[in-house]
Design a protein. Sequence first.
Length: 95
Amino acid sequence: MLISACGLVCSDCPFFKKPCSGCFEVKGKPFWAKEATPNGVCQLFDCSLINHGYRSCGDCSELPCQMFLDLKDPNISQKEHEKSIAKRIEILRST
């Protein structure tokens, strides 16, 4: 099972393999970040791996930080987002 820096299960993602090979493989630059962020890097990957040198957000004592809570897929409801956050935190804390 391939887990992203923010706890998403890459193999569960419909974009896995096409056009994304997982955040570690693309060095935090998934296709959606090119338009959504100023530097083209996922904010959570940038914070956890690049800025703090963590293996993932799971290494951060502030999990879930405000950025983690605020970064939401606009295609899902708030309830789905909250459920996703809980699942991702559980995954990150168990690795």
